[in-house]
Design a protein around this ligand. Structure first.
Ligand code: SAM
Length: 241
């Protein structure tokens, strides 16, 4: 099987990265803590190796300590991505990245857990991968330098995915309770960063903004927690359980 290119360029000119991993110049490489923890995963494969091209000879020989579900033990990374590709959900996840918010990794990890179609980083290309726990390697990653680049990619006149609505997730004035909303099956769930939340430009680009209803005194919940609730709302409405 061939591995995917680390980076490609979309026709509309915005740089697009797929199946991220560590990008050139990224000084915050992911810590695959599980890889070195011998209490996690499985050791070398015992017995004759199965004849299955999805399996990685190095993992069979040395053991598999990666952060993957048991059914993917010993699988090659590109085989796992291909298997996930065959059943990805119809929602995308986008995160504004203007200030290296450390919460982004958590959002990306959850996008993997719920098998989002892809994730999108809007703003700075480099993002803090630590909290992603290497889950970004099994996903499709797009980078959009500006909000307008994301709009061009997804909006009604977008060339690649025309008409994919941007759904803002933030507790802003005029937003609707997500608990009462019906999420479109095909959509991009867009999250803001700690502090400012969604930018005015992103807010204007969204067809609607949904908030997670709160009952306490804090202004907001953690962006990673909010992303998990929003993605799970999509799952509850559309996924086959
Ligand atoms: C810390 S919040 C930002 C700001 C927030 N709008 C405020 O007024 O303080 C960072 C991000 O987390 C998400 N978030 C946090 N609490 C949320 C909530 N109750 N409903 C929806 N999204 C929320 C949003 O994506 C938001 O952009």
């Amino acid at each position: 099987m061939r591995s995917r290119p680390a980076c490609s360029r979309a026709e509309h000119g915005s740089p697009v990265c797929e199946s991220g991993g560590v990008q050139p110049g990224d000084t915050t490489p992911p810590t695959d803590a599980d890889r070195s923890d011998l209490s996690i995963g499985v050791g070398p494969y015992a017995g004759p190796w199965p004849a299955d091209e999805r399996l990685d000879p190095d993992l069979l020989a040395g053991g598999d300590r990666r952060n993957v579900v048991d059914e993917y033990r010993y699988w090659r990374q590109d085989a796992i991505v291909a298997d996930l590709d065959a059943r990805r959900h119809e929602f995308h996840v986008a995160v504004e990245n203007w200030g290296h918010d450390f919460n982004i990794g958590s959002v990306i990890r959850t996008a993997n857990a719920f098998n989002a179609k892809a994730f999108h980083i809007v703003g700075k290309r480099r993002w803090n991968r630590r909290g992603a726990m290497v889950t970004d390697r099994y996903q499709h990653e797009y980078h959009h330098p500006t909000v307008q680049d994301l709009v061009a990619w997804a909006g009604p006149h977008g060339e690649i995915h025309p008409g994919l609505p941007l759904i803002g997730i933030d507790n802003l004035p005029g937003s609707t309770a997500i608990e009462l909303a019906e999420l479109p099956r095909r959509c991009v769930l867009v999250f803001g960063q700690e502090g400012p939340g969604l930018t005015d430009e992103m807010r204007a680009a969204c067809v609607e903004v949904l908030h997670i209803t709160q009952f306490g005194s804090t202004r907001s919940i953690n962006a990673g927690a909010a992303a998990a609730i929003a993605m799970h709302t999509w799952v509850r409405q559309h996924a086959t359980i």
